[in-house]
Design a protein around this ligand. Structure first.
Ligand code: B4P
Ligand code: MG
Length: 280
């Protein structure tokens, strides 16, 4: 069944495709990202993703979330601004979204009708959209100009496609490609050697990352990094591949001197600056 051409996205390719920060640039040059994340019950997911975004080259970050979540994030990330009661505002089309360079929705968000409506509004725009966690539902995608990027772990992939998890894990690239083509979206199938399948059939395997990442919150960090990278890269495919690579590379850096049992998701974004520096 596995007749896909699976290539590994290499360190050299990362180094060659990471964007330069131009001397004359300003924050507008790097775009404004919209992160739709977090509920009263899951506020940390919004913070983890927001840290990932602000550490990944974006110009400005707007977080659409609940009031209680805002209060929690501000002390740890004073750089962001907010759409209060964001999920509702977006679902009811009460806040403009076309001016954002990229949007991510789902970390710490409930998989309910409100989230579904917000996703529909976002997909009606011309902005690249990342769907994660609570925003990953069984749905079809109409053809649109900008990329749609899904970031399921195997259980989420199984939920949205009906493919059995054990069967999926035996043929990860195969199923990622089939469903990326069928749905017309990019699929980042997470886990050991994350697979990135683009809707045109191109598929890549990631070589970084380790079991230190098998802990709550690391997926939220990845979603945030993807969002930031989409804003600062000219080529959106490079943004996706480089975010996945650097996220794993941070975990690899951690286990050089520390036990894989001990990594906290927010520490990935503490390690990111030096790792990125080494590659550019
Ligand atoms: P959820 O409650 O959905 O977990 P989450 O909030 O999405 O967690 P988070 O966002 O932090 O992590 P994510 O997995 O998105 O619960 C997950 C459920 O699905 C659980 O019941 C779990 O058992 C099940 N599940 C998860 N992964 C599974 C798998 N591989 N096989 C079978 N069941 C699975 O993101 C985690 C990040 O860490 C990704 O970037 C991923 O690539 C990376 N990562 C995790 N383990 C890794 C490893 N061993 N090596 C390299 N990278 C790894
Ligand atoms: Mg997750």
């Amino acid at each position: 069944t596995s007749s896909v051409i699976l290539q590994s996205w290499t360190t050299e390719q990362v180094a060659a495709s990471l964007p330069k920060r131009q001397p004359s640039s300003h924050k507008g040059s790097y775009g404004t990202a919209l992160l739709v994340a977090g509920t009263k019950e899951m506020p940390g997911a919004a913070l983890l993703a927001a840290l990932g975004t602000t550490r990944s080259g974006v110009g400005k970050l707007v977080i659409a979330t609940e009031a209680e979540v805002v209060a929690m994030i501000v002390s740890q990330l004073p750089e962001a601004t907010y759409v209060q009661n964001g999920l509702q505002q977006i679902a009811e089309k009460k806040t403009p979204i076309d001016s954002y360079r990229a949007i991510a929705i789902g970390p710490g968000t409930n998989p309910d009708a409100l989230t579904e409506n917000a996703v529909s509004t976002l997909l009606d725009s011309h902005v690249p959209v990342i769907l994660d966690a609570g925003a990953l539902s069984k749905r079809t995608y109409v053809k649109r100009h900008s990329p749609v990027i899904l970031t399921p772990h195997p259980a989420e992939f199984s939920h949205i496609t009906g493919v059995d998890v054990n069967e999926l894990q035996k043929n990860r690239a195969f199923y990622a490609v089939i469903w990326a083509k069928k749905m017309g979206v990019t699929i980042v199938l997470k886990g050991q050697n994350t697979i990135t399948a683009f809707p045109d059939g191109e598929v890549w395997s990631n070589s970084t990352g380790n079991s230190a990442l098998a802990k709550g919150g690391t997926g939220d960090t990845l979603t945030g990094m993807l969002l930031g990278m989409l804003c600062c890269h000219a080529d959106w495919k490079h943004a996706v591949l480089n975010a996945v690579y650097l996220h794993g590379a941070c975990a690899d850096e951690w286990v050089k001197t520390r036990s894989p049992h001990t990594l906290l998701a927010h520490e990935l974004t503490v390690l990111l600056p030096e790792l990125w520096f080494q590659l550019e």
